[in-house]
Ligand binder design. Sequence first.
Ligand code: MN
Ligand code: MN
Length: 456
Amino acid sequence: MENLIYAPKNGFDRLNETDRAELESYCRRYMDFMDAAKTERESVTETIRIAEQHGFREFQAGMALQPGDRVYANNRGKSIIFAVIGREPLSRGCHITAAHADSPRLDIKPNPLCEDSELAFLKTHYYGGIKKYQWTTIPLALHGVITTQDGAVHTVTIGEDESDPIFCVTDLLIHLAADQMKKTLADGVTGENLRVLMGTQPIEGEGSDRVKKNILSLLHEKYGIVEEDLLSAELTMVPAGKCREVGLDRSMISAYGHDDRVCVYAEFEPLLDLETPAYTAVCVLADKEEIGSVGVSGMQSQFFENFMADLCDIQDVKLRHCLAASTCLSADVSNAYDPLYAETCDKQNNSRLNYGISLCKYTGSRGKGGASDASSELFNKIRTIFNRAGVLWQIAELGKVDQGGGGTVAAYMANRNIDTLDAGVPVLSMHAPMELVSKLDAYMTMKAMRAFYLAK
Ligand code: MN
Ligand code: MN
């Protein structure tokens, strides 16, 4: 019997001609998106810009909506929901995809600017799970917003343009690192030492903190702000620079924040030219996943229910009936198998580069703690959709049983009585300042999301 044994081949041995042609152009568009959207705010701005060119309009409660209509609901500029209205009533449920647009980074502390030994620094408090030592001596860019009391919102991006300066966190020279090198990787660089060097030149005149004053005067020149305005700002340091192709065969892409914008773009792009689907397609770009999906813009926020309830009201459908009939793909990355760290994984159950979108029945850690464990029925429904559409897929489990683990937004969707399965792109060096994905997997994940939207 031909299929008796499950023995998938490398994706490159299974790609058809259409896939081969579309893969490169899709990845080019994904890379452009990544260069424009390095934070959740920038992801919202950029997706709205693109969506409006494709007929999406801002959702208003009570507006008349017909099958094929396209709307979005912007949650405070930090998370967003897109929807394309289907032919079936909402009582038959929606096909929902949910990814997160936030990534680990160095957030700037509320009172950040300090001077020590005539060097000016911005203090940081890291956001999400990072290996702190990875964030020293790499080029950093400042992103975010500064709001002023006149109501103005100043968008900050410094370090991305070739002519911009960049920033960085210093590290101790190896010659004097005898003590540091004996520490564990966790302790070698402390959180408080992730201080970003901002400048060294004192302002003219007498007095103390002249380097800090010079930095403040430059900020005032550029944005018209004073130090107190920094206290209410929302600023972050992210790795500077653009996406690049990786490998002599150019089969991979490096970027900051593939987790989870590689899934954000994969679930967003197919909506743009989606023909009227059978079921209403809903695409959520959530914030705050990296710190527990909490807060007003996280996946646990009531914003999602409120939007869905407003949609349901238009068709006189009860929200709970819509959610109960809905299906969700929690689109988040998995860890690609890395032979350098083979001892951390069960290879037979780990996702691998170039085997397509990974389906993860459960996440969690140590006895599936915190997991949304998808049912056999749901997993089967999704794999059937993918197989029929020619989507290459594989399974994923996050590491060996006792090794660790992680979570996604899946549990928060499932808690709402929505059938939910994790599905996403395998990543090498996840949560590092530079992450890697394969072009084939990124493309297959987009193809999977499209097939899911179009499923009958
Ligand atoms: Mn993630
Ligand atoms: Mn993550």
